[in-house]
Design a protein around this ligand. Structure first.
Ligand SMILES: [Ca+2]
Length: 443
């Protein structure tokens, strides 16, 4: 049974790393990882935002199917949110734990901070990290504007206990190192049995800060963060090499959604929080020496929902059969049989609960009728709907199918499952008193 290490960067844009074209950020470890592994160039997050994207990753389903396309009052989970990933869902961690894997989560969870929803209740033996985004703290620009924005201090949680808090930018700067070290400890501890290690970094989400050794050579904090993330990947891969586990470990490096305002998403159009390619197509490298062909590239459609069925297939675990799973087993693509068809007839772009577009083969149709040929026009610059009326009709058919299946805004889909909800949710640390006004700065 192979081991799995799944590294997710927060808000890393398509063109933010050298293997995907960055000429700004220096990422030697990711370059080596790509030389020894595979880049997938049409790989999609299931949402242009954190919580729904992670819901898709954990469950192998469209976030709307599992009730997490939108949060309770906001588009992602907030501190003390009554919503969370329904414990009745079967996560990747549960699928693998069932057949004897050691499972660890080290980083940002963001699928609910109530005791019922934390990683240790969702299939992870061990959890060390922050329960939601690193900007949900008293220094958030909107902090103190009432209600859900009265943020408590940002807790660091070990299993189900708060063990520390992130109080300042120096603490923020330590998060990449902290999660990397905890993940490596877990790998070493479990080296003799199959393991699944999930590392959802807090980096490179704002507020941006990295350790001094990275800050001192970088033009800005964000660039320093990308280079520290690259360092982290090097540490993980070197640990696997030292333990002689590289031939038995599939390592994935990717992002939860497209890059934000200052990200390099080129050549893609748009950014985080949009259904342009720049919002949802993310960089990804798959590494498994001797199994994933070195220096390869695959442009077939694949998605963040595919990890669950793919890891299950590689491990010999069962994908849940009592419910619809949207993700596909892409192991053949990873093994280099890239001439086979993408397992997707259609992939759907949801923004919150709103169905916005569909991709099938090279075609992407927006609900309003704009059609783009992504093979010839990756930047979505030219609407060719008038030239391909039959393609438009075919893709409209896919949109209609998914509307009936999981819905679109007010239209309720027939195959959605309920979100997890708790009564009387509590924040993990007390909400802050904002009568002082000196803390409302993001600096
Ligand atoms: Ca994100």
């Amino acid at each position: 049974m192979p081991n799995f290490v799944l590294i997710i960067i927060d808000d890393l844009g398509y063109g933010d790393i050298e293997p995907f074209g960055s000429t700004i950020n220096h990422t030697p470890n990711l370059c080596q990882m790509a030389e020894e592994g595979m880049k997938l160039t049409s790989f999609y997050a299931t949402a242009p935002l954190s919580t729904p994207s992670r819901a898709g990753l954990m469950t192998g389903c469209y976030p709307k199917r599992v009730g997490l396309a939108y949060g309770w009052k906001w588009d992602t989970m907030m501190p003390g949110d009554p919503y969370g990933l329904n414990p009745d869902e079967k996560t990747i961690a549960e699928v693998l734990k069932d057949i004897g894997y050691a499972t660890g989560c080290f980083g940002k969870w963001h699928l609910g901070d109530q005791p019922e929803f934390l990683p240790t209740k969702q299939g992870f033996d061990e959890y060390f990290g922050i329960p939601y985004s690193n900007d949900m703290w008293p220094r958030h620009p909107r902090a103190g504007s009432g209600d859900i924005w009265n943020f408590p201090h940002l807790p660091i949680v070990h299993n189900d206990k708060v063990v520390d808090k992130v109080e300042n930018m120096k603490d923020q700067a330590e998060l990449c190192k902290l999660f990397t070290e905890e993940a490596i400890k877990f790998i070493k501890k479990n080296k003799s049995r199959p393991f699944f290690v999930y590392i959802p970094h807090a980096f490179i989400h704002n507020p941006n800060s990295a350790r001094e050794e990275f800050m001192k050579n970088a033009k800005n904090a964000r660039e320093a963060q990308i280079e520290e993330v690259d360092w982290s990947v090097g540490e993980i891969l070197n640990t696997l090499r030292e333990l002689k586990l590289s031939n038995n470990t599939l390592v994935i490096f990717t992002s939860d959604n497209g890059g934000g305002p200052v990200s390099a998403n080129k050549p893609l159009r748009g950014r985080k929080n949009s259904s342009w390619e720049g919002g949802m197509r993310v960089p990804i490298i798959a590494w498994w020496p001797g199994n994933v062909p070195s220096g390869s590239t695959c442009d077939k459609i694949a998605t963040i929902m595919d990890f669950l069925p793919t890891f299950a297939s590689l491990a010999g675990a069962k994908v849940p059969e009592d419910r619809i799973i949207d993700g596909k087993d892409i192991s053949e693509l990873l093994f280099g049989n890239i001439d086979i068809q993408s397992p997707y007839d259609a992939f759907f772009y949801y923004w919150q609960n709103d169905l916005q577009a569909v991709r099938s083969a090279q075609w992407k149709l927006f609900e309003d009728g704009r059609l783009y040929n992504l093979e010839k026009d990756i930047s979505e610059s030219q609407n060719v709907a008038e030239l391909y009326p039959t393609i438009v009709v075919q893709l409209e058919g896919y949109l209609e199918q998914i509307r009936n299946d999981i819905g679109d805004e007010e239209q309720v889909g027939k195959n959605c499952r309920p979100v997890g909800i708790v009564k009387n949710p509590q924040t993990l640390l007390p909400r802050e008193d904002y009568s002082r006004n000196d803390s409302n700065t993001n600096k």
